[in-house]
Design a protein. Structure first.
Length: 268
């Protein structure tokens, strides 16, 4: 396989979000302006914390791109959370030990499972394309990127990849109360197969492991937290960020990202 045959997607927009537990509690009460008008205000009340941050990151990505929300109705949605449901799961087990099945909330499975993030985003976007969760472990970001590159896009105009992670991981007591100060991070990447004049980066799969052809520094991050910090640090007109992930079978995923040009033009 030559370089021209390697799977590749153009990055059309990206967004990030970071918040601690106290801030997330307030974020649950606010929905994006592009959410369907009939969406209940308590839509995020029982959502996992990583879902709340995913919505915020996607909102930033959509706002920075400067396109109508209708532009994204035909996009697939892939979510790649890291250890989603840990906080809710711990408290659920504690309640079950005291009260059995009747003490368990019916929201646990739909709101704190691997596919919960993509499902919530699909409802808010009124998407007409597939949505699913990928990974769920410490390697979920790389798995989500690979899924985006290999997703059959015949009927899709684009694909959203939203990856989330805590850093540091929450430390919980037996009752599910958090003992440290974790911060949740989310990154939303909007990608399309077709060439774009306003592309702000590129995602590529190097099938044969080899040197990464770039003079820029490369960041090797296991989860969304490191990528989120690097993207936030980008400056308008400054050098792009370059990330890479080695895959177990020998390939390498490379992501280049610059400041979103369309967003800068819209804000001017």
């Amino acid at each position: 396989m030559t370089k021209s045959d390697e799977p590749c997607l153009n990055l059309s927009s990206w967004g990030t979000a970071r918040a601690d537990l106290a801030a997330i509690a307030g974020m649950r009460k606010t929905l994006p302006t592009w959410a369907p008008k009939d969406t209940p205000g308590h839509f995020l009340k029982h959502a996992d914390e990583q879902t709340v941050l995913a919505v915020s990151a996607l909102d930033q990505a959509i706002s920075s791109a400067g396109k109508s929300i209708d532009h994204y109705r035909n996009w697939a949605i892939i979510a790649a959370p890291r250890f989603i449901g840990r906080i809710a799961g711990t408290s659920t087990l504690e309640r079950f030990s005291r009260g059995g099945g009747p003490a368990i909330s019916p929201h646990v499975i739909p709101q704190h499972s691997l596919h919960s993030i993509s499902g919530a985003l699909s409802i808010l976007l009124a998407s007409r394309q597939p949505n699913f969760g990928v990974g769920g472990t410490g390697d979920s970001l790389a798995e989500g990127l690979l899924a985006s590159l290999t997703f059959p896009a015949a009927n899709c105009s684009g694909v959203w990849l939203v990856s989330t992670a805590w850093d540091p991981e929450p430390q919980l007591d037996d009752a599910g109360l958090c003992l440290n100060a974790p911060v949740c991070h989310a990154v939303a990447l909007g990608m399309q197969l077709a060439a774009q004049n306003d592309a702000c980066g590129q995602l590529r799969l190097m099938v044969q492991n080899g040197p990464i052809e770039t003079e820029r520094a490369v960041g090797w991050f296991k989860n969304a937290a490191g990528v989120c910090r690097s993207l936030v640090a980008l400056t308008p007109g400054g050098p792009p960020a370059c990330f890479a992930w080695r895959l177990p079978w020998g390939g390498t995923i490379v992501l280049n990202a610059s400041e979103v040009i369309a967003g800068l033009a819209a804000a001017a």
